[in-house]
Design a protein around this ligand. Sequence first.
Ligand code: SF4
Length: 243
Amino acid sequence: MRVVQFSGGIGSWCTAQRVAAQYGADDLVMLFADTLIEERSLYEFLTASAAQLGAPLIRVADGRTPFEVYWDSRFLGNARIAPCSKILKQVPARRWLEANAAPDTTTLYVGIDATEARRVPGIRRGWAPWRVEFPLTAEPGLTKDAMLAEARALGLKPPMAYQEGFSHANCGGCCVRGGQAHWLRVLEQHPERFADYEHEEERFRGEFGDVAILKEQRNRVVRPLPLAELRRRVNAAARDVPA
Ligand code: SF4
């Protein structure tokens, strides 16, 4: 069996394309771990691409959202440590593999590209005893734009996040691994999602003290940068712009 870790991102889509082109889709499975907060366009892209390839789309889920995981683990995800990724994606996917995919007859495929090749050893270790391949690392010049164009040429609509300027499509843009620039884009493109996260983060801070999704460095000291503060700065900067 060939199992593509299919997040709905364009890299994982392109990986499935390469695997199907090389081996056919007869024993191909698209494995999707649902965080429950993906954008509708991403869910639609998953379904349409699996149908086009003729491969089953398997959905696994922990049943919690990222913020529910932060509350349960009493730890706010951030750029350095994101428990959501492990608990909502890796654990349910591994559980499915253990029940359905013998390691000696299964290959996993992960959609990282040549620019991320340094992650290969860690990912391989993480998925042992399954064998993991990374077809896109063999295409050094392949860009995200080229992959998006490839999908559109096949009549598919990639997740909206790419059109909105995000480099990753998951969790509706609300990824705790994104930095300040990423969250400024969330504020600009999806103010209601930013407001939800800001509200949740404030509640979390009320319980656990001075922690935040974002950090900033000032005078060589790294401090939490709450989303509420980021918004205040944006508003203040907008007020200072001469009419
Ligand atoms: S995309 Fe970001 S927020 Fe969502 S599960 Fe992965 S690390 Fe967590």
